[in-house]
Write a protein that binds this ligand. Structure first.
Ligand SMILES: [Zn+2]
Length: 253
């Protein structure tokens, strides 16, 4: 008799906690084992305002936990809290969405949510997401808590995906390293383009016996020499002097 009364009291207490955490009505019904009408009556008796109450279906997409680095970090911490508070059983539950909810797990999830919000009051993770995460961890071949593939950190992973096996910190470091590598490769390519003509011109200058002047100067000097050659009649060493003169005069310009 006492057990029945005690259990009924726990159902009502759980319903009150979940209402305070703005859980949806069907979520409260599933965990507390109360009917929709009973929840409605309790809301009315406890003078719970309907403003801000979450309506509609609960979130079902596990991708919500991998949407951003922050969300992944928060999901990892919450998953750890679920393990610590015993909200997720050691054994997997087939069809966890149907068989996971019960009174005991509902109380443990409230403990997780309250502890998490105490540590991270600024978090925007709501109670329904914590329920989804716990069901995902309980379901076989869904979510799991594993060690980061790079560091000793613990991270929640999607067992059906090869992505997101690193913690957010390591993922950011890897992303920075990749960007640096790409920008380094681009810089190397750019440098190659600018140096290549210089090498060619150096070879040309070497073939023509001059190594000290920039390519355009040499070209302009050569043009001037040809003009002067048309005007003067002397050849041989004088021609070389004219070449030097042409370069010098071009340099002065
Ligand atoms: Zn890591």
């Amino acid at each position: 008799m006492e057990d029945r009364i005690g259990r009924e009291l726990r159902r009502h207490q759980l319903a009150l906690r979940m209402i305070a955490h703005r859980a949806r009505r069907h979520t409260i019904c599933n965990f507390a084992g109360l009917t929709r009408e009973k929840i409605k009556t309790l809301r009315r008796e406890w003078h719970v305002k309907s403003e801000g109450r979450r309506r509609g279906p609960s979130p079902t997409l596990l991708s919500a936990f991998f949407r951003s680095a922050r969300m992944r970090s928060e999901a990892s911490v919450i998953a750890l809290f679920c393990r610590i508070h015993g909200a997720v059983p050691a054994e997997n539950i087939v069809e966890a969405a149907r068989y996971y909810p019960n009174l005991d797990r509902g109380e443990r999830l409230c403990d997780v949510y309250e502890a998490y919000r105490t540590y991270f009051p600024e978090s925007e993770v709501n109670f329904e997401l914590i329920v989804l995460l716990a069901i995902g961890l309980a379901e076989p071949n869904s979510l799991d808590l594993r060690r980061c593939s790079t560091c000793p950190g613990i991270v929640v992973i999607d067992l059906l995906s090869v992505k997101n096996r690193d913690c957010s910190q390591c993922a950011r470091t890897e992303e920075r390293r990749r960007k640096d590598s790409i920008s380094g490769a681009k810089a190397a390519l750019t440098g190659k383009k600018t140096h290549k003509p210089v090498v060619r011109d150096q070879q040309k200058r070497a073939a023509q016996g001059s190594t000290d002047h920039a390519p355009e100067r040499k070209v302009r000097g050569t043009q001037k020499l040809e003009e002067q050659r048309g005007q003067e009649t002397q050849k041989g060493d004088g021609g070389q002097e004219d070449l030097n003169d042409g370069q010098e005069s071009d340099k002065e310009c």
